[in-house]
Design a protein. Structure first.
Length: 144
């Protein structure tokens, strides 16, 4: 994949993250987002999600804040290097989503897990050939 197309992919993944994660960045937006997610989980056949206590809101706020700032960075400076790191983060997030799905059976998680993993694959696949040769990972361009 050529760099201009890859940069568009990195930007698209960042925009997706802002749309779906920015609401977790503040306590004022978390409550409606949690209610929306709980209602969706019920519509999909699951149980209502547990209410957030202040500590849960703190952790969700950290997640929402960090992902929003990370997304803004990728929007402004999309690059192969940031796409590679974002892909790695998405695989980690996917692992935690899969673990939570196995623990809870919450059907809502499928709506989060599938796109998360797909974005990871989309950002890693074009770089797979470059990184499979010894020493190539370090040679990825850092410029946008």
């Amino acid at each position: 994949m050529q760099l201009p197309a890859y940069r568009k992919l990195v930007r698209a993944s960042a925009f997706y993250d802002i749309v779906f994660t920015a609401a977790l960045a503040t306590p004022w937006t978390q409550a409606p987002m949690q209610a929306l997610m709980s209602g969706l989980n019920v519509q999909l056949g699951g149980a209502p999600l547990p209410a957030f206590e202040p500590f849960h809101m703190f952790i969700a706020g950290l997640l929402g804040s960090v992902v929003t700032v990370w997304s803004l960075l990728r929007l402004r400076h999309p690059s192969r290097r940031l796409g590679l790191y974002d892909g790695a983060a998405r695989f980690l997030f996917s692992g935690w989503m899969a673990w939570t799905l196995a623990q809870t059976g919450a059907p809502l998680l499928w709506l989060l897990l599938v796109p998360e993993f797909a974005w990871g694959v989309a950002q890693w696949w074009p770089l797979a050939g470059r990184c499979s040769r010894p020493g190539q990972a370090a040679a990825l361009p850092t410029a946008p």
